[in-house]
Design a protein around this ligand. Structure first.
Ligand SMILES: *Cc1c(COP(=O)(O)O)cnc(C)c1O
Length: 448
């Protein structure tokens, strides 16, 4: 047996104020308050952990995005992507700002109706819509975005029995120069499938082709992919007009804009790499203006932006449970926020900050959640000051997807609080309790 190589043990001095990879002084900021509310007091009043959403940030971000597009293009319509965050209060803020609803399931469709959205302003996306769901949404005059040929034939069949025409668009996937290409949704552009689908719809009595749709991916950092996509959709609109003398009413560019969150493995922080709304707007509207579409026929431009509109508005507040020294020597810190409440921690290096003022001494720390599960890690390695059990922490930019993809796993889902534009706090989703579960569970008599 070969002798193991000897490595001399070393003692590393903990150095505070060590420069980061850009040579700048390392400094971790505390986040002690959110819009005038002390983090410590929010946790005392509403419990820990706690989701906090800022109405002001939602409205300001929405206006910034709308302004970037509407100053460049005559007809712009936003449609709120429900799956990104479908808390009713959040959806209502977007609807008050003028957004339609973009839904990908019947559950979301019902939520939009329940929020009072005009069914004609609901875009029904997604690869699975049942006969009943299609029949109801077509009768309501909603915009049906067809994903595949089976759905196209399904609608052909259903509309034979209906007195109304279905208002449809097709979802189109394509090579935009961004890989891996999202090819599983919609009809392909390059192989002629999309043009084939358009021809079948145009020659079907029961359907009216109103739009062309694409959603090229998510967290897309390259704006050029959007120019390519818009140009290809415009080309199909022109071809449709040439062959059928039929004008496409809208081009829907989907969502996918990046946010300032940092992806795992990224060298630079997201704050440095995220394109601005102006960059995206320039790419998309530029491609539409330079297309062959005649000026008087310019279609409405629909955007289904999700994460880029809500990420910054969400915070997750929590509390330190314990500190420990792991066998490797690294410091471990356990907080009461787990991956069940922060699903996006699987792909983002979330910014986590002390919720109280701290000194600058920091040490390489692994930050774990409270779940009895090895993958429950919020940050694998981050320079962090020593907090004591009971001290608050704040995770920034968590508004997108965490309040829809959250798992109830072994704990209750916590309160969600909105800080209104008036500065007041409102519970917009109540913490779960044992009754939440008793309501839907049944124990057969013989097991009682
Ligand atoms: C998820 C989704 C969106 C929103 O995507 P983001 O990447 O969050 O902007 C928009 N449109 C469709 C069809 C989607 O599935």
């Amino acid at each position: 047996m070969e002798k193991l190589r000897y490595e001399r043990p070393v003692i590393n001095k903990i150095q505070s104020g060590l420069p980061d990879k850009f040579g700048a002084k390392f400094a971790l900021e505390s986040k002690t308050e959110i819009e005038g509310h002390l983090v410590k007091e929010l946790l005392e009043e509403f419990g820990s952990p706690l989701y906090v959403i800022s109405e002001n940030t939602i409205r300001n971000t929405h206006r910034d995005l709308y302004q970037a597009f509407s100053t460049r293009y005559p007809k712009v319509q936003m449609a709120w992507s429900y799956k990104t965050n479908y808390l009713d209060a959040v959806c209502q803020i977007f609807h008050h700002e003028g957004s339609w609803a973009e839904v990908v399931s019947w559950f979301e469709y019902e939520k939009a109706l329940n929020n009072g959205v005009d069914p004609k302003k609901i875009i029904f996306n997604g690869p699975h819509k049942s006969n009943d769901e299609l029949q109801a949404s077509i009768t309501n005059g909603s915009l049906i975005h067809i994903d595949h040929f089976d759905e196209l034939y399904q609608i052909m069949h259903i509309t034979k029995e209906l007195s109304v025409k279905a208002k449809v668009a097709i979802r189109i996937n394509m090579d935009t120069g961004i890989y891996p290409q999202w090819e599983r949704f919609g009809f392909n552009y390059e192989n002629g499938e999309a043009w084939n689908a358009i021809n079948r719809i145009m020659q079907c009595e029961g359907m009216e082709l109103v739009g062309l749709h694409t959603h090229i991916g998510t967290y897309i950092m390259s704006v050029s992919g959007y120019s390519v996509a818009a140009a290809k959709l415009a080309e199909l609109a022109v071809r449709t007009d040439r062959k059928f003398e039929h004008k496409i009413r809208y081009i829907d560019m989907g969502g996918g804009f990046a946010t300032s969150n940092t992806l795992k493995g990224a060298y630079l922080p997201g704050t440095d790499t995220c394109p601005s709304f102006d960059d995206y707007a320039e790419a998309i509207t530029g491609a539409l203006f330079t297309s062959e579409i005649r000026p008087e026929d310019m279609p409405m431009l629909i955007l289904e932006t999700g994460r880029a509109l809500i990420d910054d508005a969400g915070y997750l507040l929590g509390t330190v449970v314990a500190n420990k020294r792991m066998a490797s020597g690294r410091r471990g810190m356990i907080i009461d926020i787990g991956v069940n409440h922060l699903f996006t921690s699987f792909w983002y290096e979330h910014v986590i900050m002390p919720g109280i003022p701290v000194n600058t001494d920091s040490e390489d720390t692994q930050i774990c959640g409270p779940l009895c599960m090895n993958i429950d890690v919020i940050r694998q390695a981050v320079r962090f000051p020593l907090l004591q059990p009971g001290d608050p922490v704040v995770i920034e930019r968590i508004g997108a997807y965490n309040m829809t993809q959250w798992m109830q796993f072994i704990t209750y889902r916590p309160n969600v609080v909105l800080i209104g534009a008036d500065g007041e706090t409102y519970v917009i989703r109540e913490k779960e309790n044992i009754d939440t579960f008793k309501q839907s569970e049944r124990v057969p008599d013989f097991l009682k």
